[in-house]
Design a protein. Sequence first.
Length: 133
Amino acid sequence: DLRADHWWNFRLAGLIAAGPLDTMLHLHTSFDLAPDVSIADYQKVLDRFSEDMLARGLLLRTGPILERCQHPVMDTDEERGHQYIFVMSFTDREQCDAAVEHIKNGNSSSDPIHRAIYKDIISPIFSCWADPD
C-alpha cells in the first residue's frame, strides 16, 4: 500500500517524531471484508499471523475483531464507513519498529501469512496510538 510506504519513508527520514521509546504502541486497523469472506474465517487468518509475530517477539497481543455498531450518539465518524476493527499492541517503539522492519523485508515465513491477512480486506486504514506518559 502506497500510504504505508510513504509513512515508513517519512519515519526513516526522521520527519515523524519517534516519541518515547518505552511507550506502549497500538496499531488500529479499520477495514471491510471482501464479500465472500466470513468474519470467522478472517479471524483464523489473523490469529495465525498474530501467533507467528508473537513467537518472533514482534508483538505483545492482538485484540479480537470488533464489528461496528451504528449508534446515533456513540458513533460520530461519518468519514469512514468501515465495519470492522482490530488492535495490535506492541510493548514499545523498538518492538513496533522491529515488526515493521520484519514485514518490510518480506523474506521470511511471515510474508505469506502477512499477505493473507490483507488479501481478504477492502480499504484498510491504519492508525498508530501511544499510551500517554
